[in-house]
Design a protein around this ligand. Structure first.
Ligand code: SF4
Length: 321
């Protein structure tokens, strides 16, 4: 008789998005070109394995620029930074490479543009998340955080006729839609972005879990506890009625999560590397999984150019902004 796991269904797409790929490549290239240490403000992406791997290669992760010595090379994480952080880095003369995901930068640009036109903002997001701090920190005032529907009733704005909404890129698509509908009820004139701020990777990974969860007994999400989009994948599976767990590494898997013969659905957040998915699959096989089947899903072809100044010796043109 086999172990508790009968087989594995793999979500498609899962794991790394274009913004995470780019951010990691920026740190790796900076290390190659300028040597260790390279300072990185905040975890480059919210994944323990990725951060430890880069630490081993010579990256030093800091939260406060006061920890960065003069003349150092500094990378901003994929989540983006406030104007205050950007200005401080410039004033102190660091060599800065900005790994802010271009889809987060798009939100920053929108905020700056509409602010010049006199708009205030509601930002749908999670308090304390670095992306929210970065986006809200594009302005010194006039941007108000909305964490849930309850906040919509109490938020105070100066002019409801000049109000725009922006969102964190990694939210639950369904929660954000419910909050936005409450916002539109109270502020019918609110200006929305032309294209939603929740990014393609978040949307595609959540769509895949919606297909995956009803077909399996348990969902396992590979992701770190700090990863917003990974947490949303786990919550989504549970909302669909399938028990779901998040694992940062294969050692986190617990045999007691699986009843005998359980079909396991496996996915990974946008910051979780495929090597961890492979290790989790190996562990599930040791728990009895006989086969691994891949779901059909959206193919992603998004790639973002690297910032200037990171060309490796002998490399041609074409991969920079
Ligand atoms: Fe960019 Fe979306 Fe990936 Fe975040 S999850 S880095 S916004 S593509």
């Amino acid at each position: 008789m086999g172990g508790p796991v009968s087989d594995v269904l793999l979500a498609e797409p899962r794991g790394f998005c274009a913004g995470v790929d780019r951010a990691i490549e920026i740190v790796e290239r900076a290390l190659t070109l300028f040597g260790a240490p390279v300072y990185v403000r905040h975890e480059i992406v919210h994944n323990t394995y990725v951060v430890n791997d880069l630490k081993a290669k010579g990256a030093i992760f800091i939260e406060d620029l006061a920890e960065v010595p003069a003349g150092a090379t500094l990378v901003f994480s994929a989540h983006g930074v406030s104007q205050a952080v950007r200005n401080e880095a410039q004033q102190r003369g660091f060599q800065v490479f900005d790994a802010t995901c271009p889809l987060v930068t798009k939100v920053h640009i929108e905020v700056a543009k509409l602010h010049r036109e006199g708009f205030e903002f509601l930002m749908i997001g999670h308090k304390g998340h670095p992306e929210v701090e970065g986006t809200m920190g594009q302005l010194s005032d006039g941007i108000y955080l909305i964490e849930g529907v309850d906040d919509v009733a109490t938020v105070q704005v100066n002019n409801p006729g000049k109000l725009a909404v922006v969102t964190q890129t990694t939210l639950s698509v369904d929660d954000a839609a419910a909050i936005l509908s409450a916002i539109k009820e109270r502020f019918p004139q609110i200006r929305e972005p032309k294209r939603q701020d929740i990014c393609y990777a978040t949307q595609n990974r959540q769509d895949a879990v919606k297909m995956l969860a009803p077909q399996v007994d348990v969902v396992v999400v590979v992701g770190s506890p700090t990863s917003s989009n990974s947490n949303r994948l786990r919550e989504l599976a549970e909302r669909l009625g399938t028990p779901a767990y998040m694992v940062d590494c294969p050692e986190d898997l617990r045999p007691e999560w699986f009843a005998r013969g359980a079909r396991v659905g496996l996915t990974a957040g946008a910051s979780a590397p495929e090597v961890l998915v492979d290790q989790v699959i190996a562990q599930l096989k040791s728990l009895g999984a006989a086969g691994v089947r891949r779901m059909q899903g959206v193919e992603e072809s998004v790639r973002f150019p690297l910032p200037k100044g990171l060309k490796l010796p002998g490399e041609g043109a074409g991969n920079e902004d």
